[in-house]
Design a protein. Structure first.
Length: 246
């Protein structure tokens, strides 16, 4: 009885192993078939495989079609950049874009509408922080205009400067950042101060506070850096407009 029982036990164990092997073989075979089906499906749905008219509907745009990250705007055409700095190591790069006259949306300290035939002069330029650290937001550039185009009542507020043509003077000017062009946003500081992000560029509009003749053109004005903070003992330096403009 013992021998018979042992023989039957061995046979049952042998069948059990054979059954498990059979099931395992069946699972492997099934997996191979499923994998083949997935591969076939992938090939049929791959872009350019001729799967149908709507194949490209879910494709991401190419790099050339994607919008730049960070909401940066395209850099405008400018003249040759000028770089200036302060004694504490802050640096600024300015590049003039253009200028003219406008009384639409201009922010000045002039309390009433300009006299007939006059307007307010403005210049736009790109202000860049060329360093790898934040620098205090400041506006090194000032507008100079032909003195005889400033209204007579305001000429006393238009000052000449060494290094600028004698027939030109700089009226009181207000400047503001219009928008970011590249890099990070302005960084808030203590006491309402703002800082330029490292390597960032911004479009700045400088507008004079006194009326000028509406006939003023770009050739009657210029952007200069003249303050001692930036120029030390040097003469004023012009930030040229791009060539080819009016």
């Amino acid at each position: 009885m013992r021998l018979g029982s042992r023989a039957r036990a061995r046979q049952e164990r042998s069948r059990g192993r054979g059954g498990r092997g059979g099931r395992r073989g069946g699972l492997i075979a099934g997996g191979v078939l499923a994998l083949a089906a997935l591969v076939t499906t992938g090939l049929l749905l791959a872009p350019g495989s001729g799967g149908g008219k709507d194949d490209d509907g879910g494709l991401a745009p190419t790099t050339a079609e994607q919008r730049p990250a960070g909401g940066s705007a395209r850099l405008p055409r400018t003249g040759t950049p000028v770089e200036v700095g302060t004694a504490d190591g802050s640096k600024y790069r300015l590049a003039a874009v253009g200028g003219g006259v406008s009384d639409d949306g201009v922010v000045t300290t002039f309390q009433s509408s300009p006299p007939s035939g006059t307007s307010f002069a403005y210049i736009e330029y790109v202000l860049t922080n060329p360093t790898g650290q934040k620098v205090l937001l400041d506006y090194p550039g000032d507008i100079f205009v032909k003195r005889d185009l400033v209204t007579k009542t305001a000429r006393g507020r238009c000052m000449p400067q060494a290094g600028v043509p004698e027939d030109m003077c700089t009226p009181p000017t207000q400047s503001r950042v219009v928008r970011k062009l590249a890099g990070g946003d302005l960084i808030a500081g203590d006491g309402g101060d703002k800082y330029l992000s490292p390597g960032a560029s911004y479009l700045v509009r400088a507008t004079v506070d006194v009326p000028v003749a509406r006939r003023l053109t770009r050739s009657d004005m210029g952007l200069y850096v003249w303050k001692q903070l930036y120029m030390a003992d040097q003469l004023a330096k012009q930030v040229p407009f791009p060539s080819g403009g009016k």
